[in-house]
Design a binder for this molecule. Structure first.
Ligand code: AMP
Ligand code: ZN
Length: 498
């Protein structure tokens, strides 16, 4: 088997993955800011890292996977401006800020579960680590890289850059960064345009604030990830991940904070996922083009032609490499739905196959060789920076072979017993353990599916006889049980649980 190679944003090359401690991996992924629901773009990033987590485990690593919850200190503007997102939402919904945090954290967990993402091994919150953040800020001041102005602490970017390149992660020089940032106005208390807040003085009416050596305040957004990754993974750890949009500011500042505090480069491999877009524009909360997962599952959004099951959406994401952009479209989701159905049918067929041959003489050498090549390609593709799209391409090349073995177009003895068993084993491991797919029409739902198909059929027959009383009764009674029937444009009827 080939070695695992990952694309490191820091070096902009694919590197052989070598963890600090053999057999163990420390991985930190920036989690959601829980002042609102996560949209599908956020989910893409969390699904991508779920696959990476699952694959590392498959390779035999013991992974400490830390994904934080941002529940404090995130201002609306990227540059320490605007309202605090939590306080604003709390006022809007007339709730305590911690009620906002609780509500959206629970919602986030529910969505992660629906997508079958494994929980991280540690899920720390910013509010639970205020003292660790204060300690770090104190150390950064002591080391000379931060200054206090009237209860707010700023990181001195220009001073830092004299010793370490501040723009290292996105390969930009300080001059270029300065050029792209607006001049300081007379009101500004910062010394330099790029300086960012480590700790922010709270106005008396601010809802979430804590005592600190600099007075009542709250942490800046970037310091939480440095403090929590340092606490749980050490001052230098293996993998740090997040969406690409975080590299230029949030992660750049994380590197600077850790360097300024501990004099170490905190992360060996920086992994960034690309964006989910809608008509070419990045899906984001502020742009207002963010579908919520439950809108996808119910089809209740003007841009959605129908409802899509969570596994269809997960599969749709797996078909594209995590570092490529992925554009949302109904056509692509419908194609994913069909593709996934074909894959599950092939998987069912594969499981029904039992080897019947007596020797090697019947083996089709060409087919045997190609089948083994395609199966080995699964691990090779994942080892090439987690290329799920290529694994799926191999799987789809194997689908007609599996179906032909099942329906007799190819003799069952065309491939060896060993290869058939390998095929069965690898499909199972990849579909369930690594890709985290669940057969939504199988298992718990198979009985329900059968009964519903029967009711859908009876309703169809009633309608064709213009017996609308019966057809409406079926629809309404099911609705009463929380099951929604939907007449699709192609004449079929789908169902979903409300
Ligand atoms: P947030 O809750 O805004 O802090 O975002 C949580 C995660 O989602 C971060 O890692 C972001 O980089 C990521 N993210 C935000 N928008 C998108 C998008 N359109 N596509 C993929 N990932 C995204
Ligand atoms: Zn972070």
């Amino acid at each position: 088997m080939s070695e695992l190679k990952v694309y490191n944003s820091l070096t902009r090359t694919k590197e052989v993955f070598t963890p600090i401690t053999p057999g163990y991996v420390g991985m930190y992924v920036c989690g959601p800011t829980v002042y609102s629901d996560v949209h599908l773009g956020n989910c893409r990033t969390f699904i991508s890292f779920d696959i990476i987590y699952r694959y590392l485990k498959y390779l035999g690593y013991k992974v400490r996977y830390v994904r934080n919850i941002t529940d404090a200190g995130h201002l609306e503007g990227d540059r320490d401006e605007g309202d605090d997102k939590f306080s604003k939402k709390a006022r809007l919904e007339q709730l305590e800020p911690m009620e906002i945090v609780q509500k959206y954290t629970l919602g986030f967990h529910k969505v992660m579960e629906l997508f079958n993402n494994l929980p991280p091994t540690i899920e720390p919150t910013a509010t639970g680590h205020i003292s660790e953040q204060i300690e770090m800020v104190k150390q950064i001041i002591e080391n000379g890289y931060a200054y206090v102005v009237d209860g707010t602490v700023y990181f001195d970017v220009e001073k830092y850059d004299k010793e370490k390149p501040y723009g290292i992660l996105t390969n930009r020089k300080l001059e270029d960064l300065l050029e792209g940032t607006r001049e300081l106005g007379g009101q500004d208390e910062k010394k330099g345009r790029l300086d960012f807040a480590l700790w922010i003085k709270a106005k008396p009416e601010h809802l979430m604030q804590w005592p600190s050596p600099w007075g009542m305040g709250f942490p800046g957004w970037h310091i939480e990830c440095s403090a929590m990754s340092g606490k749980y993974l050490g001052h230098q750890f293996d993998i740090h991940g997040g969406g690409m949009d975080l590299a230029a500011t949030h992660h750049t500042n994380e590197i600077a904070q850790s360097q300024a505090c501990y004099h170490t480069s905190p992360v060996n491999y920086w992994l960034h996922t690309n964006m989910l877009t809608v008509n070419g524009a990045r899906m984001s909360k502020s742009a207002g083009n963010g579908f919520l997962p439950h809108q996808l599952f119910t089809g209740d959004h003007p841009l959605l032609e129908k409802a899509y099951a969570p596994m269809t959406v997960r599969f749709f994401m797996l078909q594209t490499h995590y570092r490529s952009t992925l554009d949302f479209s109904n056509e692509a989701l419908q194609a994913a739905e069909k593709g996934l159905k074909r894959l599950w049918e092939a998987y069912d067929n594969l499981n029904k196959l039992t080897y019947t041959g007596t020797g090697d003489s019947e083996i089709d050498e060409e087919l045997e060789k190609r089948t083994i090549e395609l199966i080995n390609g699964f691990d090779d593709s994942m080892n090439d920076d987690f290329n799920t799209a290529k694994v799926l391409a191999n799987m789809f090349e194997l689908v007609p072979v599996i179906n032909s073995l099942k329906n007799g177009h190819l003799p069952l003895t065309s491939i060896s017993k060993q290869t058939l068993e390998l095929l069965q084993h690898k499909f199972k491991v990849y579909l369930f353990d690594i890709f985290g797919l669940k057969n939504e029409k199988e298992g718990d739902n198979s009985l329900l599916e059968g009964v519903l198909q029967l009711l859908i059929q009876i309703r169809k027959e009633a309608r064709s006889k213009k017996d609308f009383a019966t057809s409406d009764k079926i629809r309404n009674e099911l609705q009463g049980q929380g099951i929604i029937l939907k007449d699709e444009k192609d004449g079929t009827v789908s169902w979903s649980v409300n």
